[in-house]
Design a protein. Sequence first.
Length: 283
Amino acid sequence: MQALADIDAPLVETSVASAGTCDIGATSTRGVLITGTTTVTSFGSRRFRQRFVRFGGALILTHNATSLILPGAANITTAAGDTAVATSDGSGNWTVLNYARASGKALAGPAAADITDSSTSGRTVLTGTAAAGATALGLGTGNSPTFTSLKLTGSATFGGQLGADQTAALAADYFTGGRAGRLLAYSHDSTTANFEVWTAAANTGAARVLLLSAIGDLSVTGSVRPATVTVAQLASLSPTVGDQRYVSNGRKIGEAAGSGTGVPAYYSNGSWRRLSDDTPVVA
């Protein structure tokens, strides 16, 4: 037969109940609606058939590498409104050539959770604060996400700030390491134009320049400057023998009481002493 004009044949649909062997090839129509929820392991053994299949509900199509070949070589859990195109070969083996979910989601691939405005967590991630979004995603309860571990294989830029320019105090823990309650920060002092490395006990307000412990020689091409304190502040320190400070109001030899212009000092024999003559530092 030769068709000299377009043929518009209605795609009539026949309902077939789901079963272990759901013989869709036995229908007289190319359109098939599979109803029910019984697991399907076969589409029958009719040869050279083509069927446009629609599913009325949730059931499992069982993949078989010979007789029921499914996309992705894996079982498919159907949903109402899902559609498929299936064909059988000369041996009566069926292949699902195409499968489309009514939801529009991909048939295969990693599982993903919906983020929509219809759920509390979805709204939080999309429209909430950074802190609320982190909580909804299970990454912590604040603006700083918490991970079990993090490995960087490339370069990284950290934009954390310690706050406005401050003297002898750090505003917050931005970089932590070693053990709980300690922080390490690398910063630029916009007042003095120096780059500084700090270490301190967290949230104590007692920051100090990083303590360097060298095994062997330590070569410094620039100046070495100890931390600056006053005579009154010396009493609040917990020094070890050999610690050094610059005491800004310490008296030099010959200076009057209350008129000290500053001296370098070190800790020895239970007191802070002037480097110049080994006498205790006084204001």
